[in-house]
Write a protein that binds this ligand. Sequence first.
Ligand code: HEM
Length: 403
Amino acid sequence: MASRAEKIPPHVRPDLVWDGCFDAFTSEGDDPFVAVTRFHEGPGVFWATDASYGRPGWVATRMDLISEVMIDYENFTAERHGMIADLVGENVRLNPIEIDPPAHHGFRRILNPHFTPKALRELDEAVRKSASELVDRFAENGGCEFVSEFAIPYPSYVFLDLMDMPRDKLADFIGWEDKIMRAPDPMERVGAARAVYAYLKAHREKQLEHAGNPLLESMVHGEVEGRELSYLESMGMFYVLYVGGLDTVYSTLGWTLRHLATHPELQQRLRDEPELIPQAVEEFTRAFSVVVTHRQLARDHVFHGVEMKKGEEIHLPLSLANRDPAVFDNPHEVDIDRKPRHIAFGTGTHNCLGVHLAKREIRIVVEEFLSRFNNIRIKDGGAYRYHTGRTFGVDYLPLTWDI
Ligand code: HEM
């Protein structure tokens, strides 16, 4: 293990060093979104000796600085060569998230038309069907363990529909997802990622002759810079659509249902006025901004007076942007009337491709639960479990209700 001195390069100003572990610090107490905002008491950017998986790095703590890093493509790169390649055993990059502009635009242009609100309207019925089929399984029990019985399978269901894959693959996808996200043995995680990749690869091959839908057609035969996508560019898109919408959606749903289960008056207001649900979803995604993304220094750079070196990582906990007291009054209060301008889905060129899909998925779940169950609450005196890290997610949320 690296010593403290090895974890603090000489150019890092001593007043900016925080000798701690981001994950441990944000897991203190009952609510990680409150725990993380203790960083607002310190500088706008600091050096953590354990920023992520034991590695040191910069952490930005305010909306303005986080947004600035996300749109400064010259100094902060999103290109992470080798990470996914090592995982799946092929020289692939998440496309377009690991590609900087200007090349990024060509790939994003291929995907954009399939993720507009209009294009997604066709998927609405399938998403609602997925939600209600899952709820049917436990509706009569008077309760469920929300995470394993709903939040984990649901985005996989939606992914299968999006990709025109058979719904009976659900069990396999949940098994793989569970291992990728939770297996303690790294080899098991690698094995599951490779199994997903192999399945996606076989599915892609089937689309070459006859694509199951316009999105798939674009992902196999789309054109960039006047030529067809290469095999690896195409696989990078298949894989990004798989990973982009799983962890994020399931995590946001966990916090959303936990909030509703502990706020009966809000449940009732949304039951009485369901037309408010879309704006409530907007506020839930602000208050429960689950993503901690990052960039790498593309070159040596002085950022607001802070000397940074090429190759260093800078972590961007979006919860710190979206609960920044300089931007939002009472940032910890979930106020569905505030209509927030937030960056839970990122900002700049890499802003979330699936933002409209994600909001639809969350809205449909809130509608489904509130219309079918009364007095939703947490079982066992409110016990729940969560994790922090790259995404803040709920691991265990036992719910009960009156039918
Ligand atoms: C509540 C759910 C979601 C949240 C909070 C979320 C959040 C984000 C964020 C913060 C980014 C920007 C990351 C960065 O700049 O480093 C992003 C990018 C992206 N997301 Fe989402 N996401 C969600 C759901 C989805 C879904 C359902 C999909 C599936 C289509 C998806 C696909 C993507 C893709 C492909 C990108 C990369 C876009 C690019 O680089 O141009 N996301 N998302």
